[in-house]
Structures are given as C-alpha cells and as structure tokens.
Design a binder for this molecule. Structure first.
Ligand code: SF4
Length: 127
C-alpha cells in the first residue's frame, strides 16, 4: 500500500495510483536505487509492534501514519476498498484511539473525523 496510497513527489506519483516501479504490486522493481523518500518511509504498522498482523497494509487495505504534531493519526484507505476502515477491528480501534488522538481518515478525496464516538465527514475544501 505504501507504493500506492501516498503521493510521492520524487516519482511524480499521485496518491492512490500504483507506482510504475511496482509491476508486481508487492515488490519494488528498482529496490536498490529507489528514491530517498521511499527509503526513509515507514508506516505505523512497521514502527509500532503493538499493531498486529491484521493491520498489515496489504491485508487491512489501510495505511496508518502519525502526523508530526504528535496528536494526530492519519488513516489512508485503499480507494479500491473504500469501506475497509469501517470493518473490525479497525473502526473500534479508531474510536478507542480518538479518546486521546485526532483520528483522520482519508478515502480518496473524502475525509472523515472520528471523535466522541461519532464519525463525521469533513466538508470538501473544493465545495
Ligand atoms: S520506487 Fe519502489 S519503493 Fe518507491 S513507491 Fe515505487 S515501487 Fe514503491
């Protein structure tokens, strides 16, 4: 999912599009020479051993990122599985996390905020 969900300026890759160096959809075709932004990127699943195997992005179709403010978790959802975040154990975990963190869920151009036991869609800035 890290080769699909984020935009990568170095590669001119848009968010949600597969990188053209990921022909197998699982391994990098240019692993030895991949750009620095790929080398330095680690999603929360890779950084946090408390997230079990069910959170592996290829399985969950979610990529969890901590924002620099230290108070926000960004959940990027595979646009080909837009409801993946509503399944369990994910949604219950987001509600749990939201008691101490801002939980923001991005599904393509749509954005949802989990707060106070509710999920609210944030109005698009384009509308
Ligand atoms: S260059 Fe390789 S590691 Fe980077 S996004 Fe493309 S396939 Fe993934």
């Amino acid at each position: 999912m890290c080769c699909k969900l984020p935009n990568i300026d170095e590669l001119g890759k848009k968010a949600g599009d597969w990188c053209h160096h990921c022909s197998t959809r699982s391994n990098c075709d240019i692993y030895e020479t991949r750009p620095d932004s790929c080398r330095s990127f680690f999603c929360h699943f890779m950084e946090n051993p408390r997230l079990g195997e069910e959170w592996r992005p290829s399985k969950s179709r979610l990529m969890i990122l901590g924002k620099d403010d230290g108070h926000t978790v960004l959940v990027m959802v595979d646009p080909d599985r837009p409801d993946a975040w509503k399944k369990e154990p994910y949604l219950a975990s987001f509600h749990n996390w939201s008691q101490r963190l801002n939980v923001v869920i991005n599904v393509g151009a749509r954005q949802y905020i989990v707060k106070d036991g509710l999920v609210q869609e944030r109005p698009s800035s384009a509308s």
